[in-house]
Structures are given as structure tokens and as C-alpha cells.
Design a protein around this ligand. Sequence first.
Ligand SMILES: O=C(O)c1ccc[n+]([C@@H]2O[C@H](COP(=O)([O-])O)[C@@H](O)[C@H]2O)c1
Ligand SMILES: Cc1cc2nc[nH]c2cc1C
Length: 351
Amino acid sequence: MFVIEPINPKVDDNIQHKINQKTKPLGALGQLESLALQIARVQHSGNQHLLSTPLQIKKPTMLVFAADHGIAAFGVSIAPSEVTTQMVQNFVQGGAAINVFCRQVGFELEIIDCGILQPLTDQAKVIDQRLGAGTNAMHLTAAMSLEKVALGFELARHLVSRHVDAGCNIIALGEMGIGNTSAATAVMSAMLNINVEQCVGRGTGIDDATLVIKTKLINQALDLHQHELVSPEAILAHVGGFEIVQMTGAILAAAEQKILVLIDGFIATAAALVAVTLFPQARDYLVFAHESQEQGHKLLLKQLQATPLLSLGLRLGEGTGAALALPLIHAAVNFYNQMASFDDAGVNNVV
Ligand SMILES: O=C(O)c1ccc[n+]([C@@H]2O[C@H](COP(=O)([O-])O)[C@@H](O)[C@H]2O)c1
Ligand SMILES: Cc1cc2nc[nH]c2cc1C
């Protein structure tokens, strides 16, 4: 299992003092200030000696986890499962939104096949971490076994370790998987014990009639497995998805390695909920990039006490919101490292 240390709060006051002494009215950089505080807490890890070392963003890496979902064959999305593989091919060819934004902001992009229905014929540019060829339809049987959840956690842990060993100190999590808003909704509803109706949304943009079917099938899945949903791992196994499992594992691995994790939209946030429920101390390492248009995301973020950086009405997934938030992470790091203090600049201290 994961070993995750909580951040030592010993130097929190020193960090806050440094932010307050920058040449600006107190708090005037708004959310960038709490972001800088969080990044400094992660990177200084309570160590007085590290206070004078600059914050760093090293090898920012976007991990996009792709998988298919059995429930997608029952009319819950605008698209068939084949689109998952087609989009993974698009990622490999560099033509998707996530490719464009990663190039723009300087993210390394890695695509992980966690279990798409039809693997690519040329897998060279995709990391093979397949847990199956799509999950089982969760309203008929468990999506996967508990063994697959454990295996998914371990695969994600190795993936994150490889990047940390190569010098990366911030990962972002995105996903691709037709049907995965149904799985994420079921996970959210089961984890928080709230009605499906409060969690479910239109995903890729389904109409009213499809939303009725989607809500019914998710409720059916939760009813079917109600006595089995006894732990976060059991919830993932019965109503989760291969990409949700591996994103959960990646979050826990990143927290274990004490690096920042930038969380994308609704599905990645559902994984964050599972991770933080398993290990509350993992929360310190998470930055929530944006509020998605998906109906349940607002409530999910609230449960995680998260104030997302952006609100652009995105509902694409792939990690697009997380990619767009990277310049804000740089802004927080740069003001912390480079702005003069009142003393340095000879400006009257207004604090
Ligand atoms: O990230 C989000 O908040 C988000 C919201 C709605 C849809 N998506 C993407 O759309 C797909 C899932 O939608 P659906 O309707 O097939 O469940 C999947 O590939 C996600 O990346 C993503
Ligand atoms: C075309 C398409 C692209 C996507 N990217 C993420 N989810 C998606 C769903 C569809 C349908």
C-alpha cells in the first residue's frame, strides 16, 4: 500500500510571511497566493533550510488515461466506444485539443492505454497498462475485480515513479473514455452517499431522453451492488473504470513522492475523491485546474474543499483544463521566486 506523509506545517508561517512581504497590498494576488503557498508547502516540506531555495516546475507531464466502459453499449453517450480508440489514435498523431494545448504550454504528453476496447495496432507511442478490453457493464455485473483495482494502483505507481526518477515534479491527470461520466457519477454517488440525480450530467452532450436512460442505468448499477460497496476499492471495482482506478493510483503515487498533481475535470476529480478518502493527507498535493460544465462537478469540488483555478465552461476532458492551468502554476512560482519584497525594493511596507 501507499505510504503518504502529511506535509509538516512547521514553515507555513514563514512561507506566508514571504508572500505577504512582496510589493503588493496584502492578498492582492488572490488565488495565486494560496497556490504559491501550497506549492511552497509541497516543495519545502516543512524544512527550514529549503525556505531560501526557489520553487521549481520541472518536466511538467500530462498523463492521459484511456479506457472503455461496458455501459457505453447501452445508450448513455452521444458516441460509441470505438471513438475512444479513434481519439487515442488522434492523440498519437498530435491532432487532439490536448496535443495542441500541451504544445502551447510546455507539457510533455503521455497516453496510457488502461483498457480501451480495441488497442492500437501500432502501440509504440502508447503506454500499455491494460486491465482488460473495457470494463463489464456495471448495471449487469461488477465492472472489474478487486484484483484489477490493486493491479491498476501498482501500474500507476510505477508510471509515476518513472517520471519522478526522470526529474518530473508536477504531473497532470486527464482521461479519455466513452461512457466514463457514467462510471464517475456512480463512483461519486456511492462515495458521498448522495442521489445519482445530484451527480449525473450530460457528459459528451446527451439529450433529455438519453439522460433519463443514463440515470436509470447508474441507479440500477448502484442498487445491484449496494451490499458490495463497502470500501473505496470496492466502489471502484463495482462501478468504476480502468482509467479512474489508474488516476486514483497516480494521485496516491504522486502524493507518496511528494509532487504536485494537477487535476482536470469531472472524471479526474472523482478519482481524486477516492484517493483523498483513502488517504486524506494526499489532498495537500492536489491542485484543481478548472470547474467543468458537467453538472456534478461543482458539488464534487465542494466536497473536496477545492476552489478550481479556471471556469471556462469546458467539458472535453483529455486533460485540457489542466493544460490550460499550467501558466497559472508558473505565475505562482514566478511571483514567489522573483517579486521584490518591500525591503528589497525600498517600497513603504503597507502590510
Ligand atoms: O472532464 C470533464 O469534466 C468531462 C465532462 C464531460 C465529458 N468528458 C469527456 O467525454 C467522455 C465521457 O462522456 P460520456 O458522455 O461518453 O460519458 C470522456 O472521454 C471524457 O473525457 C469530460
Ligand atoms: C470526439 C470526442 C472527443 C473527446 N475527447 C474526450 N472525450 C471525447 C469524446 C468525443 C465524442
